[in-house]
Design a protein around this ligand. Structure first.
Ligand SMILES: *Cc1c(COP(=O)(O)O)cnc(C)c1O
Length: 394
């Protein structure tokens, strides 16, 4: 398969991948190789096994040809070298914690991080003797003042979940590198398409494949991607010790989503931007939180570091509406379903009480925040649906 020439565009290489793990069988679809046990021709083969060696098949939990195919393709998309798959995005986040930190270590987390990551950190702080501190996501190089001798890991998310501030990633990673602290980014929002973490000094990228990579709203999976082999091996060892694996059937679902991911992402991006623009002009809305807009915190970093935005953004309603009215608005929507896990074809909506989610950074808005995920419906129909639902606020 020499079709995958590295001089070609990434999108072409995603459609024409290079891996060929099942020689002699050629098709466009990935073969689904199911296995619990892997059998060996002789005991010499068994005794030569080394968990570090990715070229050896060892046990169905650790890797199969299907899961390795997915892992390799994700590394290509993200611009990384080594991928590990976990059964959810949150499980990938957990793998990073358990691979890198132990009792007595300190972790820095942005105040606008994906909420279950925050809960995970709080749990480790409460029950496992790990220090966890939250920082203002707009801190930039000021992160230097927070790093202690026992700080091992700095989380980043760009933009932050729900509130959409875009951090200065290279400023934070430059400080972290100088102080020998590992950085991990939750890069789910950009799908690895619109933000290239390893070009900005990040050590580990986490993807919730549940979202755009799958695109089908029918499978949960996560990934950690690295360029550094030592770091990869730390995560791999923790993954093995925790008994984490993924099914080849699920991998085949995610593999099916990859070639169309960029086309979907670009459509989500276009539709979301059109809706966000229209919402900006509505008197019910006090602020539209979309990184492509100049008034979004970190917009300059977005323009510098990103090539697109996808389907997720938030609005803050005017403070004259109470939370019950905003709930009524969300429930009045017809095409936007109430649900969390975005990345599929269907639009979603969810209200958030941001003030209750923060401890480190001031939240300047008074009204209720509503997050929209703009799916693949026709944008004009989505706009009409929102316009109709806004009437309940009258
Ligand atoms: C959805 C999501 C996750 C977790 O993904 P799951 O597969 O649902 O566990 C992690 N980070 C972000 C930013 C997400 O949106």
């Amino acid at each position: 398969m020499k079709k995958s020439d590295s001089s070609r565009a990434l999108q072409t290489r995603i459609v024409h991948p290079q891996d060929d793990l099942t020689p002699g069988f050629e098709s466009f679809a990935a073969p689904v190789t199911r296995a619990s046990t892997v059998v060996f021709p002789d005991l010499a083969s068994v005794r030569s096994l080394d968990w570090r060696n990715d070229a050896q098949w060892r046990y169905g939990l650790h890797a199969t040809p299907t899961s390795t195919m997915l892992a390799n393709r994700l590394a290509t998309i993200e611009g990384g070298e080594h991928t590990l798959l976990q059964p959810s995005g949150l499980s990938a986040i957990s793998n990073v914690y358990f691979g890198l930190v132990k009792a007595g270590d300190d972790v820095l987390i942005p105040d606008n991080v994906y909420s279950p990551n925050r809960e995970h950190g709080d749990w480790l702080a409460r029950d496992f003797g790990i220090g966890v501190r939250y920082y203002d996501p707009m801190i930039g190089a000021g992160i230097a003042d927070l790093i202690q001798p026992n700080t091992r890991l700095i989380w980043l998310e760009a933009p932050g979940s729900v509130t959409m501030e875009v951090p200065d990633v290279p400023a934070i990673t430059a400080v972290a590198r100088a102080r020998n602290v590992v950085t991990a980014i939750d890069n789910t929002w950009s799908a690895g398409l619109a933000f290239r973490p390893f070009d900005h000094g990040v050590d580990i990228s986490v993807q919730a494949l549940t979202k755009y990579q799958s695109g089908g709203s029918d499978v949960l999976m996560g990934a950690t991607i690295t360029v550094d082999r030592e770091l990869y091996l730390k995560l791999k060892l923790a993954r093995m010790r925790m008994g984490i694996g993924v099914s080849s059937d699920d991998c085949s679902l995610v593999l099916r989503g990859l070639p169309s991911m960029k086309a979907r992402f670009d459509t989500h991006d276009r539709n979301a931007l059109a809706l966000a623009q229209w919402l900006k002009g509505r008197t019910e809305i006090a602020a539209v939180l979309h990184p492509a807009f100049p008034d979004c915190p970190g917009h300059a970093f977005f323009k510098r570091d990103f090539t697109g935005a996808g389907g997720l953004f938030s609005v803050v309603f005017d403070g004259r509406y109470n939370p019950a009215q905003i709930d009524a608005f969300c429930e009045a929507l017809d095409l936007f379903a109430l649900g969390w896990s975005w990345g599929g074809a269907h639009s979603l909506v969810m209200p958030y009480d941001v003030a209750s989610m923060r401890t480190a950074a001031n939240w300047p808005h008074r009204g209720t925040l509503v997050r929209f995920y703009v799916g693949l419906e026709e944008a004009a129909d989505l706009q009409a649906d929102i316009e109709r639902a806004l009437a309940v606020l009258k």
